[in-house]
Ligand binder design. Structure first.
Ligand SMILES: [Zn+2]
Length: 527
C-alpha cells in the first residue's frame, strides 16, 4: 500500500492533522532542530568507525563486549547523559585469538577459515597438523562407533560440500534453464543424502557441532571442520561451538571446504595445519548499558530506545547490530541537545546476550518492572543498514492511533519510502528485544528496515562488515527515531494497552506471546 494514503487514513482515524497538510520544513522547532543536527552535525560515521573497526565484534562476555560497553558509557557521559553498565548476571567468558588454517598436502595454500565462537583453540595456540577426512557413510551407529578410533589426530569434515558456491541468482542469470534445474536437483539429492549420513551415525550436528562434535572430540579428533554457506558470494554463517572442550571447531569458506572435501573424496591426501588461539576466562559479569534522561513532568513514564549491542563475531557485527546501536546512540545525542528536559523519562538500552536469546533485555524487564509498567513506547531496531520502512502497532489496536499521530508529524522526507504501518499488527513473539517488553503487554514497536540482502549476506556472517553500511540511511533512521521518541514523550495521552484478538495461523484462538524467564548465567542456557 502507498504509505501516503495509509498515513492519511491513520491520521483520520486518530483525529490528527491529515498528512496532506504536512510539509517540511515543519513549524515544530524541535522537529526542525532534530532534522538539522542529524543531517548537518551527524556523528554516525565516526561513531560507527570506532565501534566496528577499533572495538570490533561484541560477542557477549568477550573483552570486546566489555570494551564496547565502556565506550558507550564514555560517549554518553561526554554528551552529559547519565549512563552506566547494569549488571544482570554472568556469561561464559572467552577471548578469540588468531586462527590460521593451511593446506599443506598435496600442495600449500592458506585457507579462509576461523574457529567458531566459544570454540577451544589448539593447545597453547600451537599448530596441529593432521589429515582431513570426511565423515564416513556408515550403515548404522554401530559401524560409526567402529570407525571412531581411526579419527585420532585427524580433522573431520562434518558438512556436505556445496556443489557450487555461486549464488542461485547468478546461475539463474547465466546458466541454461536445464543446467540450473539439474544443479538444484543434484544439490537437493546431496542434501538429503548428507542428512541421512548424519542421522545414521546416531548423532546430530544441530546447534553448532551438536552431539557429533562432542563424540568426535572424545575419539581424539584434531578438529571438527564445518562450512555453513549462506547462499551468497563468499559468505558463511559463523555461529558457536557450544559443547567442545578442547577440540577446535572450525568454519572453512564454501570454496575452501569444497576443495578439501574433494581432495579427501578422491584420495588425494589433504593434510591441514591449524593454529588457533582461544582462551576461556570463566563466568564473567555481563550487563546492559543503560542511558537515562529523567522526565520532568512524568518521570515514571518511559520512552525506550532499544538495540542489542552484542553480536556474533565472524566479522564486525556491522548490520547486526552496529547499525541499530548507532541509530539509538545518535538519536540520544541529538535528543540531549534539542530536548534536554523531556516530559517523560527517556532510556536507551544497549542490550547484551540478544544473540543467545534476548537475555539482556529480558533481564532488564525483570529487574526494572517500573519501566515495563510505565512504558509509553519502545522503539527497537535490529535488521540492518536500510531505511526504516515498516512499523507495526504490535497487536495493540489503540496504540495505532498514537503511532499515526506521531508519524503524521514526521517530515515526509523520512516517511515517503514506508511500505507499511501494520494495523493493528500482530504481537511478535521473538526475533529481537522488543519481544521482551511486548510479552508483558507493553507498547514495544519494531522499526523494520529495508533488507539490503541482510538474510543472505550480513546476518550472522563473516561479511557483516563496515563497508556494507549505507550511512545516508543510518543517518535518516537516527533522525526518525529521535523524532518518534520526542513525539511519544510529548504525547498528551498515554498509549493504551488493549490487546487484539490473537489467532493461530490455522484460525483457532491463540495466545499473546508468553514472557520467558530471565537467564542469569550461561549454565541456565538450554537453547
Ligand atoms: Zn540482531
Amino acid at each position: 500500500m502507498n504509505a501516503r494514503i495509509l498515513f492519511a487514513a491513520l491520521a483520520a482515524v486518530a483525529g490528527a492533522t491529515p498528512l496532506a497538510a504536512q510539509t517540511f520544513p515543519t513549524d515544530n522547532p524541535t522537529i526542525r532542530r532534530i532534522w538539522e543536527i542529524g543531517q548537518q552535525q551527524s556523528q554516525v560515521y565516526p561513531l560507527m568507525q570506532v565501534l566496528l573497526d577499533s572495538i570490533g565484534p561484541r560477542l557477549t562476555a568477550t573483552p570486546e563486549h566489555k570494551a564496547g560497553n565502556q565506550w558507550l558509557v564514555r560517549k554518553y557521559s561526554e554528551w552529559g547523559i547519565p549512563a552506566s553498565e547494569a549488571n544482570y548476571g554472568t556469561w561464559k567468558g572467552w577471548r578469540r585469538g588468531f586462527t590460521h588454517v593451511d593446506l599443506v598436502q598435496p600442495r600449500t595454500r592458506s585457507l579462509e577459515g576461523m574457529i567458531l565462537a566459544w570454540s577451544p583453540g589448539t593447545a597453547n595456540g600451537r599448530p596441529v597438523t593432521g589429515q582431513a577426512v570426511i565423515l564416513p557413510d556408515v550403515a548404522d551407529s554401530a559401524e560409526f562407533v567402529r570407525w571412531l578410533p581411526s579419527v585420532r589426530g585427524k580433522f573431520v569434515l562434518v558438512d556436505m560440500a556445496q556443489p557450487t558456491c555461486r549464488p542461485d541468482d547468478n546461475w539463474e542469470q547465466w546458466a541454461t534453464d536445464s543446467s540450473f534445474e539439474k544443479m538444484k536437483a543434484q544439490r537437493d539429492t546431496a542434501r538429503r543424502a548428507w542428512a541421512d549420513r548424519i542421522r545414521r551415525t546416531g548423532y546430530n550436528i544441530s546447534l553448532g557441532t551438536g552431539t557429533l562434535g562432542r563424540r568426535l572430540e572424545q575419539a581424539g579428533a584434531a578438529g571438527v571442520i564445518q562450512s555453513r554457506w549462506s547462499g551468497g558470494w563468499g559468505v558463511n554463517r559463523i555461529f558457536d561451538s557450544k559443547n567442545l572442550q578442547n577440540t577446535p571447531s572450525i568454519d572453512l569458506s564454501c570454496e575452501d571446504y569444497g576443495m578439501v572435501f574433494r581432495l579427501a573424496q578422491n584420495n588425494q591426501g589433504p593434510v591441514l595445519r591449524v593454529a588457533a588461539e582461544a582462551q576461556f576466562t570463566g563466568e564473567t559479569p555481563v550487563g546492559n548499558v543503560i542511558a537515562e534522561i529523567r522526565g520532568s513532568e512524568k518521570p515514571n513514564e518511559y520512552v525506550v530506545l532499544s538495540s542489542h549491542f552484542d553480536s556474533w563475531d565472524g566479522a564486525q557485527g556491522a548490520t547486526d547490530n552496529g547499525t541499530g546501536t548507532i541509530v539509538m546512540l545518535e538519536a540520544m545525542r541529538i535528543l540531549r541537545q534539542v530536548y534536554p528536559n523531556p516530559k517523560r523519562t527517556i532510556i536507551s538500552g544497549h542490550w547484551a546476550g540478544e544473540e543467545q536469546g534476548l537475555i539482556g533485555s529480558r533481564a532488564f524487564a525483570a529487574d526494572r518492572p517500573e519501566v515495563v509498567n510505565g512504558l509509553q513506547a519502545l522503539f527497537n531496531q535490529d535488521n540492518g543498514t536500510g531505511r526504516i520502512v515498516n512499523i507495526s502497532a504490535s497487536g495493540l489496536p489503540r496504540a495505532s492511533g498514537n503511532l499515526a499521530v506521531w508519524l503524521s508529524q514526521v517530515p515526509d522526507q523520512l516517511t515517503r519510502f514506508f511500505q507499511s504501518v501494520g494495523l493493528p499488527g500482530i504481537p511478535g513473539g521473538g526475533g529481537s528485544d522488543y519481544a521482551s517488553f511486548l510479552c508483558h503487554g507493553a507498547p514495544a514497536f519494531n522499526l523494520g528496515a529495508l533488507s539490503y540482502d541482510y538474510g543472505t549476506y550480513t546476518w550472522h556472517t563473516n561479511r557483516d562488515t563496515f563497508d556494507k553500511i549505507n550511512f545516508d540511511d543510518v543517518r535518516a533512521n537516527a533522525i526518525l527515531t529521535a523524532m518518534l521518541v520526542y513525539l511519544a514523550s510529548e504525547d498528551p495521552t498515554t498509549v493504551p494497552r488493549d490487546r487484539r484478538v490473537v489467532t493461530t495461523p490455522g484460525g483457532t484462538p491463540g495466545q499473546w506471546p508468553a514472557c520467558q524467564p530471565a537467564i542469569r548465567r550461561s549454565s541456565e542456557w538450554t537453547r
